[in-house]
Design a protein around this ligand. Structure first.
Ligand code: NI
Length: 139
């Protein structure tokens, strides 16, 4: 059984009304739910900042398949880390551009390293890594 604590917060009324309007647009039914998510997000960020924490990374890469060596190189790197690359999806965006989304799993440090390796491949136009965790150590 979880203990629920109520606490009061002193805050500028304009700041709070902006916050209320933002969370309403996002679909929150009440302020408590939004504040719980903010707190959880802060704690997850703190947790994943530790390089040894097990994390899940979603890496999005955009590149042109016209440069054949790009796909070969990306493929080679992914095979080198097959234990960490748990899923990959390739979408042909148009005649030239490819989108690849990889789901990576491992220690924060490893996931960052693999992502850096893939993003720095010549002719990868854009890459972005999003790191999260299950938050299993959080209450
Ligand atoms: Ni493609």
């Amino acid at each position: 059984m979880q203990n629920i604590v109520r606490f009061g917060v002193s805050i500028d009324d304009k700041l709070l009304s902006r916050f209320d309007s933002v969370i309403e647009n996002k679909g929150y039914v009440n302020r408590s739910e939004a504040i719980r998510d903010l707190i959880r997000n802060t704690l997850v960020n703190e947790e994943i900042s530790n390089p040894d924490t097990e994390v899940i990374g979603t890496l999005t890469l955009i590149y042109s398949h016209a440069e054949h060596e790009v796909s070969d190189r990306l493929n080679e790197i992914q095979h080198g880390y097959f234990k960490n690359v748990i899923s990959s999806t390739h979408v042909h965006l148009d005649e030239h551009n490819c989108l690849e989304v990889l789901i990576l799993r491992g220690r924060g440090q490893e996931v960052q390293y693999i992502s850096d390796n893939l993003q720095s491949v010549k002719n990868v136009r854009h890459g972005r890594l999003t790191v999260t965790s299950t938050g299993k150590n959080l209450p």
